[in-house]
Structure formats: C-alpha cells, structure tokens
Design a protein. Structure first.
Length: 159
C-alpha cells in the first residue's frame, strides 16, 4: 500500500485540502493508497483546518473538519513513499530536513504540482499560500489542488 504525505507551511489550508481530495478519490475508487498531511512549521499544531478552507472544500462536497494540524517528523520520511510539497519553500525545507534527520530519503520529496505541470506547462509548479489573502484566493487554490490531485491519482494508477 503506497503512502502519500501532503505538506505545506501550516497544515491548515493547502495540505489538508490536498489530503481531502486524495481521500475522496481513494474512497470513491477503492484505491490501495493512504494519505496524510503535515506542516513544515509548528504554528498550528492540533488546530482544525482554516474555516475558509473548510468552507471551500465543503462547497465541493468534501468535509475536512476532522483533520488536525501536525508537524512533519523524521519518521515521516521513512514511512511515506511520497512527500509532496505545496511550494518551493516547503520543498527546500523538506529536503533540508530529510538530509539532516533522515539521510537517504531526500528523493521522496517532490513538488505536488510537478505532475500536473509536466502534463501542461501552462499550469504552475506551486500552490500559492492563501492564508493572508481573500476568499477568491481559496477558490483558486482549491481548483488548482483538485487538478493537481487528479493528475497524481492518475499517475499512481498507471505506475
Ligand atoms: P498553509 O497556509 O501552509 O496552506 O496551511 C498557511 C497557514 C498559516 C500560516 C501560513 C500559511 N501562518 O503563517 O500562520
């Protein structure tokens, strides 16, 4: 069973949304995959996803209210097969963390949107941080995360 970890800065906006989409695909299509999410920072440990993100996801039929913020650990690099970073900053922090605490596992860290971007170069490589912006930023963010998650699920099915 492949295990996938979604990672952003706070684990209250982007990565819980990515986890939510993945979990709904796993449930709907009975896929042999596990998904979780975590933060590079310790800012929101134990917190529910941001209300604005809960609302945007609920509008798409996905409830993420049960998720709680947690920080990436060195065990995550050993236990997960793929560690997907939402932006380059998370990506570089994760690589550095793996190099320091879990050497040999750096290759598991990838950009979440790499697959989508590889299929269509008009798509971005990073999911912008929506935290300090308005509600339309959350909508754009969720649309992008949904497309990125679909691209990854399709790739997992083919591998
Ligand atoms: P996330 O968004 O990384 O998508 O969960 C953020 C959440 C919190 C903060 C920044 C980004 N913060 O600075 O507290």
């Amino acid at each position: 069973m492949k295990k996938i970890l979604m990672v952003c800065l706070g684990n209250i906006c982007r990565s819980p949304a990515a986890e939510g989409f993945f979990q709904s695909f796993i449930d709907n299509e009975n896929l042999a995959l596990q998904v979780d999410s975590a933060a590079t920072s310790n800012y929101h440990i134990g917190e529910q996803p941001d209300k604005r993100m809960q609302k945007s996801m609920r509008a798409r039929g996905i409830d993420i209210s049960h998720l709680r913020g947690r920080q990436v650990t060195k065990e995550d690099f050993e236990q997960f097969d793929f560690v997907y970073a939402m932006d380059r900053s998370n990506f570089h922090n994760l690589k550095a963390l793996a190099e320091r605490d879990a050497p040999g596992y750096e290759h598991k860290v990838e950009l979440f949107l790499q697959t989508l971007h590889s299929q269509n170069s008009d798509e971005p490589l990073e999911v912008p941080d929506p935290y300090f912006g308005g509600p339309e930023g959350f909508e754009r963010c969720v649309d992008l995360i949904e497309r990125g998650a679909k691209a990854l699920i399709k790739q997992q099915g083919e591998s």
